[in-house]
Design a protein around this ligand. Structure first.
Ligand code: FDA
Ligand code: NAD
Length: 461
């Protein structure tokens, strides 16, 4: 029988939240052997956003135009985020590189007495018995569990799309997926790529494929890209910009099937509207789902995730849920929400560990008070969004996709208050300013005046 191991704290999942939780544990004080991270990945926690950016560049990207914002961006990039724009390799983007912190090499876990149990998938969690079992039958006992299993991709085969398991149809979630994609991009150099999905993966991957000289077509069902965040006005800038870069955009339809060549590789994408697109590579980004099956029937769920309080405690004593899988009280909007973004993965991990450590000392900490923050980078573009995207909208700035230095944004106004702000091409100070307005929610007297004031409405506050 496999050996049983026992830890005070176990983190199941070895992604962003796990890595930041480990750092917080070490900051708060940890004895050797108290904490284990169990991950099915073969590498220590890394900054997952790098996978759709620098990691899939075939070579160092030096095709960018030189300008002031470029120089500034490069300076910041070199400082913290070189994996965003240049060819990124591990260990360059181990956590906590993405927030400017120390890179946690395998040695870091050793030095901090943290056991990294990699290449190990937990297939059973018995929360009443405080026991986890791996695919190979290893048993792990814990006193406190942090569930950090993240999300898995939604597959076209889930919708019964015919031929969706052909070779060279890729999804992107983990390092192995990215490695397979990079190999295919190299083999199919200058080939045709079809990107299915117009969300985060669709937009970031289309840009990466184009930069790597593939001919790219995007296909998505909605009238404009990234409808879960973008307004029609915001989207029209990105669609125009992508079209100017030579990306073909097909909207209002979906991939209904695939045909293959004699090697079983994808050759054509059949669209629902009857058209077909030639393809050497297909990348699918049609959403993600939280991985919570281990906890089904044991932990209370809400909105597709594990329900937590403001300290990421679930309905089961000594079980916490962090990152993508947590549905937590978003204090600012007085609503339970789940967030699938890296900033929350980091912050929820820190909050949970602080709460665990405080409780051990009979103390309490303030409730999680999260301001939603999403961002993306593609080509020379970079946007940030803070707050909530509901209510009326007002656009401002230069959103001409042909402009040499586009800078524009949008505000969301609900019940007379500004509650959300989006900015493309902002400086660090301007981005800070939009974060501040989204947090402070100033009153808006007139949408017309707000539209005229534009970015200065935020920067003057
Ligand atoms: P995460 O997915 O990071 O980690 C989960 C871990 O659990 C994985 O290691 C997984 O293998 C492991 N696991 C799952 N089940 C297991 C089991 N049963 N046993 C053992 N291990 C198990 N966000 C953003 O704000 N800006 C960005 O630019 C990007 N970019 C981006 C690019 C790509 C390609 C992806 C896929 C995602 C992003 N994101 C992003 C989203 C962001 O990366 C995501 O929200 C965080 O990684 C979530 O962190 P978690 O730790 O919750 O899950
Ligand atoms: P998404 O939810 O952003 O986008 C899904 C898109 O799929 C929709 O916009 C729609 O256009 C499309 N779609 C849905 N069904 C379709 C179908 N049948 N055929 C064609 N298109 C269809 O999800 P994603 O882009 O797959 O991203 C996956 C996860 O990774 C999310 O959790 C996301 O937050 C995360 N991610 C985040 C970033 C970032 O924050 N910058 C970057 C990459 C990935």
């Amino acid at each position: 029988m496999a050996e049983e191991k026992s830890f005070k704290y176990v983190i199941v999942g070895g992604g962003v939240a796990a890595g930041y939780a480990a750092r917080e544990f070490s900051k708060q004080g940890l004895k050797p052997g108290e904490l284990a991270i169990i991950s099915r990945e073969q590498v220590p926690p890394y900054e997952r956003p790098a996978l759709s950016k620098g990691y899939i560049n075939l070579e160092s990207n030096n095709k960018r135009s030189i300008g002031f914002s470029f120089v500034l961006a490069r300076f910041l990039t070199i400082l913290f985020f070189s994996w965003y724009t240049d060819k990124a390799t591990l260990p360059g983007f181990y956590v906590c590189a993405g927030s400017g912190g120390e890179k946690q090499f395998p040695q870091w876990y050793k030095e901090n007495g943290i056991e990294l149990i990699l290449d190990t998938e937990i297939v059973k969690a018995d929360l009443a018995a405080k026991t986890l079992v791996s695919g190979t039958g290893q048993v792990f006992k814990y006193q406190t569990l942090l569930a950090a299993t993240g999300s898995s991709v939604t597959r076209l085969s889930d919708f019964g799309v015919q031929g969706a398991d052909a070779k060279n149809i890729f999804y992107l979630r983990e390092l192995d997926d990215a490695d397979e994609l990079v190999t295919a991009m190299d083999v199919k150099k200058n080939g045709k790529a079809v990107v299915v999905g117009g969300g985060y993966i669709g937009l970031e991957l289309s840009s990466a494929l184009k930069v790597n000289n593939l001919e790219v077509t995007m296909v998505y069902p909605e009238p404009w890209c990234m409808p879960r965040l973008f307004t029609a006005g915001i989207a029209s800038f990105y669609e125009g910009y992508y079209a100017n870069k030579g990306i073909n955009i097909v909207k209002g339809t979906v991939a209904a099937g695939f045909s293959t060549n004699s090697n079983g590789e994808v050759a054509e994408v059949k669209l629902k509207d009857g058209r077909t697109l030639k393809a050497d590579i297909v990348i699918v980004g049609v959403g993600a789902r939280p991985i919570i099956s281990l906890f089904k029937g044991q932990v209370e769920e809400e909105k597709g995730g594990l329900k937590t309080d403001a300290f990421f405690k679930t309905s089961v004593p000594d079980v916490y849920a962090i990152g993508d899988i947590a549905t937590f009280p978003m204090k600012l909007y007085n609503e339970m929400r789940r967030v699938e973004h890296v900033d929350h993965a980091r912050k929820s991990a820190e909050q949970a560990v602080k709460a665990i450590k405080a409780a051990e000392e009979g103390k309490s900490i303030p409730e999680y008070d999260y301001l939603p923050y999403f961002y993306s980078r593609a080509f020379d573009l970079s946007w940030q969004f803070y707050g909530d995207n509901v209510g009326e909208t007002v656009m401002f700035g230069d959103n001409d996709p042909k402009s040499p230095k586009p800078k524009f944004g949008s505000y969301w106004i609900k019940e007379g208050k500004l509650i959300g702000a989006f900015l493309e091409g902002g400086t660090p100070e301007e981005n800070k300013a939009i974060a501040k307005v989204a947090r402070t929610q100033p009153s808006v007297e007139s949408l017309n005046v707000l539209s005229k004031e534009g970015l200065s409405f935020a920067t003057k506050i």
